[in-house]
Design a protein. Sequence first.
Length: 240
Amino acid sequence: MSLTELIAGVEAEEKTLTVYDADDAVEELRERFADRNVAVEAGRTTKGPERFLVLGHGEEFLAATGIDALLERPDLESPGFEDDPYRPVLDHLDETLFTSYGRRKMLAASQEMEDRAWRIGKGQLHAGFQRMSTLATRLESYVALGERDSLTVHAYAVPDAAIPEQDAFVVHPEETDEIAESWFVAYDGAGVDENKCALLAEEREPGSFYGFWTYDPDTVDYIIGHLSSTYLPLDANGDQ
């Protein structure tokens, strides 16, 4: 399964967030979750608590939480969701779809993954830059990551420019559509499932990216496994 097919699979798994007895909150929640793979609908109940929401997938119940505490939280602008009251819902949105992200948002989301790899300082980090000229703009950051303790860094890009001369990380120059069209950052968490994370997106229009981030260990493992088995690094002589 290619990276594009993986994105399509996440896209097909849309969930529903039903907002009960709180019509005033529906539009705000739609705005907050506009970039997520979830449909927000209004609902009614005749008994039980008031002003709550339920997350479901088809007929399956996934999570529930109160609305008012959630609305007090700031807008969701990055993958850094750690605190209640979002946690009961977001635990079930591990593969979080986004649409029409520009390069600034993509860079911010990428840095979430890079920062986790930096803090832990070991394991493997795989990053796709689309073009070697783009990698050159992040060279200082990736040299620093590659020199971090026991962290092994792999960078993938179409060689539209000279391959950077450095020995801190592994370069994969690839002339494939998958690499040219995909932006990704995947960290294996140094083998610890709770630390694994990935961002994967494709450029469907110039400067506009569609994809997802995930903290699901199986999905992260699949992305890294696909990259490792498909693309070979350069050796010391510059050959593959």
